[in-house]
Design a protein around this ligand. Structure first.
Ligand code: PEP
Ligand code: MN
Length: 340
């Protein structure tokens, strides 16, 4: 952290800053330039934040140099992490395909979608039992009944389950079934939920808020990490822009940016970003090319009957191409498709 003194600051103003920082247990290094003096601080940045340095006489600005998210930052952990979900790795050497229905609707639909996903190369099954819907009149998910269906399909297929939790009170229940807890875009800054999943002892997939900056996303991850859980996978799922041709604008550059700032794996959701079936394969290719550690894709055996997000679900006819894409492209960027 650096304190920039005003040009008219007196020597006593500079000394007051130094004394305050030293009293708080930090070190202060004074550099006197031609026009102004700056004071470099070494020590606990959070503690310096509480000193109200900005309000002191002669202080022009206080500039933070290190990142505010410590535990998830690459600054503190240079090697990129691998997160394991029921034994399936998500990390820098692999490309993991997560696929399944947007929502669990029936046992038959869920099993069929899981088999479609597996045939395309997916090693993890997605499916929502608790759905965070924009409209209160829309299908809200089957709740615990849906979780039981997911557990049955896991037994049948061997695929570990990724499923969303929307309320801090449900974390224990959802954790008793899930292999990975998903926190959705609408809940990225639900801090009580983030803390609860941080304490649940299960890997977490944290979707980026559709109106969140990358820094806010990483701060949300820090809430989870701060509770002792570093098994976090970041998911870019598109952000809101002026563009209406897609459901959301896939921020493809968020992948290398987040990977540069954080050691956590970063995956892409081409289904919720594109919002149209035709866009899912092109965006999946882009995800692999840009270096995403995985993709999460909606599939449905009968999208015309889907209770949620039918227009973006891949159908049987799309799977051959998806399977080819996830098998052939990763080796071009030094990765292999994760195998079960
Ligand atoms: C989902 O994956 O089912 C979902 C609701 O996604 P998002 O939170 O990104 O909208
Ligand atoms: Mn959905």
């Amino acid at each position: 952290m650096v304190v920039v003194m005003a040009a008219e600051a007196s020597e006593a103003d500079v000394q007051a800053v130094v004394t305050l920082v030293e009293t708080a247990g930090g070190e202060a290094f004074v550099s006197r330039g031609v026009n102004r003096t700056i004071v470099g601080l070494v020590g606990d940045v959070e503690q310096f934040g509480a000193l109200n340095l900005r309000g002191m006489a002669g202080v022009r600005d206080v500039v933070r140099i290190s990142v505010p998210y410590k535990l998830v930052s690459r600054e503190n952990h240079p090697d990129r992490s691998v997160v394991r979900v029921g034994g399936v790795p998500i990390g820098p050497e692999t490309m993991t395909l997560i696929a399944g229905p947007c929502a669990v609707e029936t046992p038959e639909q869920t099993l069929e979608a899981a088999q479609m996903a597996q045939a395309a190369g997916a090693t993890l099954l997605r499916g929502g039992a608790f759905k965070p819907r924009t409209s209160p009149y829309a299908f809200q998910g089957l709740g615990e009944k849906g979780l039981r269906i997911l557990a049955d399909v896991r037994s049948e297929t061997g695929m570990p389950i990724v499923t969303e939790v929307v309320d801090a009170h449900d974390v224990e229940l959802v954790s008793s079934y899930a292999d990975m807890l998903q926190v959705g875009t609408r809940n990225m800054q639900n801090f009580a939920l983030l803390q609860a999943v941080g304490g649940a002892g299960k890997p977490v997939m944290l979707k980026r808020g559709f109106n969140a900056t990358i820094e806010e996303w990483l701060m949300a991850a820090e809430y989870i990490a701060q509770r002792g859980n570093l098994d976090i996978v970041l998911c870019e799922r598109g952000i809101r822009t002026f563009e209406k041709a897609t459901r959301n604008t896939l921020d493809i550059s968020a992948v290398p940016v987040a990977q540069g700032l954080s050691h956590l794996p970063v995956i892409i959701d081409p289904s919720h970003s594109g919002g149209h079936r035709e866009l899912v394969l092109p965006l999946t290719r882009a995800a692999i090319a840009v270096g995403a550690d995985g993709v999460i894709i909606d599939v449905h055996p009968h999208p015309e009957q889907a209770l949620c997000d039918g227009p973006q679900a891949l159908v049987n006819g799309d799977l051959r191409e998806l399977a080819k894409t996830v098998r052939e492209l990763p080796p071009l960027v030094n990765r292999t498709l994760t195998r079960a």
